[in-house]
Ligand binder design. Sequence first.
Ligand SMILES: [Zn+2]
Length: 343
Amino acid sequence: MKRQAPYSFGGIQIAAGERMTVDLPMARLYTHSEVTLPVHVIHGKQSGPTLFVSAAIHGDEINGVEIIRRLLGSKSMSRIKGTLLAVPVVNPFGFIQRSRYLPDRRDLNRSFPGSPTGSLASRIAHLFMKEIVTRSTHGIDIHSGSNYRTNLPQIRTSLDDDENMRLTKAFGAPMVIHSHLRDGSLRAAVADHGIPVLLYEAGEALYFNDPAIRSGVRGALNIMRAIGMLTPSRSSKKQEPVISRTTNWVRAPRSGVFFKQRLLGSLVYQGDQLGVINDPLGDESEAVLAPFTGVIIGQQTLPLVHEGDALVNLAKVADLGEAEETLDEYASTLTEEDFGLER
Ligand SMILES: [Zn+2]
């Protein structure tokens, strides 16, 4: 196959078979210091697709940052066809402040496709669209749960799009949740360009979740195989993910201190006890029960709850036996330490 032409990015030429971190000017801090969007470009020797992998659009969602770091360290990066655009920190302002938002509290993931004259969030969104999305043929955007919530590794996508479903299955996350495009999100803006994009949800904001990180690295490599950037692996045995179209948060029936009794990824039956809300004085307690049979795909990690707070995110699944098998298989890939890390 023919060698690729050099890749021109951010005013820099990257030769075929080379890799480089390019800092795209973004904005200044009011201290005068410049803030940049760091992009690691791996330009393969041979031509192929262009995949972007992005994280920390919500600045406190750091599992994706670690996923990209490990992905870039993978030996197979020297063999890719096409071009990888890795953007581990899309929202450096939030990342510095350990915050989901921009300094003015705007949500970057509601500001796409953005504009060069809009708010800071809107300008960053525009920069990302112009420099990353319009050059890409495929995308993976990585998120984590917010507000003391943790998510079972899951892909959120439209189940009604064939190419998205093919890639979703290739990714290999244990769970797939049907989700509509949300106005202003990167996913919606990328979909508007006709580019297949997967949203991977992993763990909790501001904490590392090792199984979610490992699952994400594996998933990104699987996508690179599925779109022809890497040679497919010989072991093609792949577990089908558990698919759900309906999810519901179970809310706190009263205020108190929540003691959870089920792990993320558990299959629970209607009426099963998910945990107990206790009065701090020990006077009163109330059990929280599963309103329907499903899989725990998200959980509040902070035990302090007001009535009405979302405690457990349950996903309805069609085939319970199949779901159990897949989740057991996933759990078998976890180490004892992973369970210890479960907060
Ligand atoms: Zn997010």
